[in-house]
Design a protein around this ligand. Sequence first.
Ligand SMILES: C[S@@+](CC[C@H](N)C(=O)[O-])C[C@H]1O[C@@H](n2cnc3c(N)ncnc32)[C@H](O)[C@@H]1O
Length: 267
Amino acid sequence: MSSRYEFGANWASFVDNHYSAERRQMAAEKLLAFLGRKNLEGIDFLDIGSGSGLHSLAAFDAKAKRIHSFDFDPLSVRTTGKLRQMAGGPQAWTVEQGDVLDVDYLEKLGTWDLVYSWGVLHHTGAMWQAIENAAHRVAPGGLFFIALYSSNVVQPSAEFWLDVKRRYNAAGTWKRRQMEGWYVWRFGLGGSPLRLPQLLKRISEKKRGRGMSYMTDVRDWLGGWPMEFADDQAVVDFLKEKFDFELVRMSTGEACTEFLFRNPNGR
Ligand SMILES: C[S@@+](CC[C@H](N)C(=O)[O-])C[C@H]1O[C@@H](n2cnc3c(N)ncnc32)[C@H](O)[C@@H]1O
């Protein structure tokens, strides 16, 4: 399986069909809660793999001083640009196409107080290189907020999901809808309609968490390719050994583990 999943189309559909002021607010609240801050005043925010752009918008709402969002997929770039326009097209927020594996491009960006890359680096085809490239963009004393698919929680097995993804990416629209239905039945409802209340709770938690939509995330999960899994402790060790980054906090138990690191150098 060599093709890339068309992430941008999924994000464009998310913004067209699910964007709301409530999701916008949830995204900003969740971002600040994980960072343990009241706002992002005075903070430069680099969003690597901005997707829908909702979290760049969250940084804007949290009063970040400067925002730069980039994504590999042109439709993600366009969708992020749309949310930027919705915010009044601020000059301090730039959006463009870029690749986290392109070192020349990254070097031109300089370093940032807060480098954010949620659910992106494991979709590049070279996860550890992508983590390293992104970490180089963190300014001395700055923060690094990333989320990666965890090999510690994946069920059934990574091989099982690899096969599902291969079939989903090779499928046409109708077959994809069927596979989405299969996923909701088997993993959302656990094969029983009696679990509907739990599924509805999960859908609401997704929205209250990062302002996301359950079905957008289901498609992203089934399609998301290339993809790799990371062992939580291996990520912590890698960033300690290579960059001397300190782990500030980590949230585990979901498909993606969230990590917040600080670059102690230059204090
Ligand atoms: C699962 S989405 C996450 C989007 C967003 N960060 C969020 O949390 O909602 C992954 C995004 O990473 C982007 N991406 C994949 N490979 C990339 C690369 N090499 N450089 C930059 N962005 C990339 C995809 O196009 C997609 O928009």
